[in-house]
Design a binder for this molecule. Structure first.
Ligand code: UD1
Length: 365
């Protein structure tokens, strides 16, 4: 009798996870029965479905419809619902991605059922202990059987925490996807006109972190910085940020800022085209920091720290929400050193699938 293929479940729920999943979903389905569980954390079309469509990710087996609420409530509801799916599907391995509440809930649900867990983008640390993403990263890494690290620094971080499980330097699946999309990113230039960009010297701005937008003083500071920006600026507004801007009565003030283009969140390709053609990117996003550098675009990180430490040597500038620093850095001649997050010329998605195959065959699957 033919042996059935091992079953792998990917738990995802937030925008950056769909991007990390895209190429892996294709590779995984060649060797395994691969099922996608969507927690529902991100639910707007332009935060979720658009990525499934544009990146041709197979439809999730189920959407658990858990969104919003406090961290405890959200993670708790996810934990209950993911566990139910895992009990029914009995996977041989669960994969989780990045550092969101969906990552932690997926990892914890699987680990408590003694299902091996793999973490894609393991070992990232900002060393800010109370940042929600840092808590998610650390707890997730410590319950995994196999850890896929995008960079040598992330490997070192895990070793320094005494993690003795299988640590694999796989390279970065986000780099891999961007790298094969370069041609499309360049030729998609017409998207800029569609977005209302008329000049070549424009800036791209994104913010969504709790630390930047949830607190009235810091979001006020952000608005003050935006008013000082010396070039036209494209600002795709994350739903969390929009909500807070309205709550703190800053939305109308922002709408009146000259040369500021406010848009809905963008899809993958348009976002990277804007990143590629921008004079500089200003962001508090972990993913966009590195994507800007992959594309050779200078990046100003609107935080005091970054989990992508090595990027500080390559042109990533930590500017916080200090308008004086931002204006002064933007006045400099900014340069970027090329960066490639992969191991030799190997595809990160392939390394991950090979290592999962090895792990499962060792476990008799
Ligand atoms: C989450 C992740 C963060 C990741 C980011 C990417 C955690 C702790 N944080 O932050 O690591 O970088 O996603 O975007 O998991 N909302 C909508 N529509 C949506 C999605 C969210 O209206 O499609 C609303 C939610 O209801 C909520 C707010 O936006 O009120 C924030 O969403 P949430 O998922 O809590 O966190 P993010 O800020 O997106």
């Amino acid at each position: 009798m033919m042996k059935t293929k091992p079953k792998v479940v990917s738990v995802v729920g937030a925008r950056p996870q769909f991007i990390k999943l895209a190429l892996l979903a294709k590779e995984l389905s060649k060797r395994f029965r691969h099922l996608i569980v969507h927690t529902g954390q991100h639910f707007d079309d332009n935060m979720s479905d658009i990525f499934f469509r544009q990146l041709r990710i197979p439809r999730p087996l189920v959407n658990l419809n858990v969104a919003g609420g406090t961290h405890g409530a959200m993670t708790g509801r996810m934990l209950v619902r993911v566990e139910k799916v895992l009990l029914k599907e009995k996977p041989d391995l669960v994969l989780v991605y990045g550092d969101t509440n969906s990552t932690l809930a997926g990892a914890l649900a699987a680990a408590k059922l003694s299902v091996p867990v793999g973490h894609v983008e393991a070992g990232m640390r900002s060393f800010v202990a109370n940042m929600p993403e840092e808590i998610n990263r650390k707890l997730t890494d410590h319950v995994c059987q196999i850890l896929f690290c995008p960079t040598p620094v992330s490997v070192k971080n895990l070793k320094a925490e005494g993690i003795r499980k299988k640590i694999v330097h796989s390279g970065d699946v986000m780099y891999e996807l961007l790298d094969i999309s370069r041609q499309m990113i360049r030729t998609n230039r017409k998207a800029l006109t569609r977005l209302g960009i008329k000049e070549t010297r424009f800036l791209l701005l994104t913010v969504h972190r709790a630390a930047t937008v949830d607190n009235e003083a810091s979001i006020r500071q952000l608005v003050d910085c935006i008013k000082e920006l010396p070039h036209p600026t494209l600002f795709p507004v994350h739903p969390r940020t929009r909500k807070r801007l309205k709550q703190f009565k800053l939305w109308n003030e922002l709408k009146r800022v000259d040369r500021l283009i406010l848009t809905e969140p963008l899809g993958y390709l348009d976002m990277l085209t804007a990143t590629f053609y921008a004079r500089a990117v200003l962001t508090d996003s972990g993913g966009l920091q590195k994507e800007a550098l992959f594309l050779g675009t200078p990046v100003l990180t609107l935080r005091e720290e970054t989990e992508w430490l090595e990027t500080l040597k390559l042109g990533n500038r930590l500017v916080g929400l200090n308008k004086g620093t931002i204006v002064s850095v933007l006045g400099e001649k900014l340069t970027v050193k090329p960066i490639a997050y992969r191991v030799k010329n190997k595809k990160p998605s392939r390394i991950i699938v090979e290592e999962v195959t090895k792990l499962l065959s060792l476990r008799g699957r």
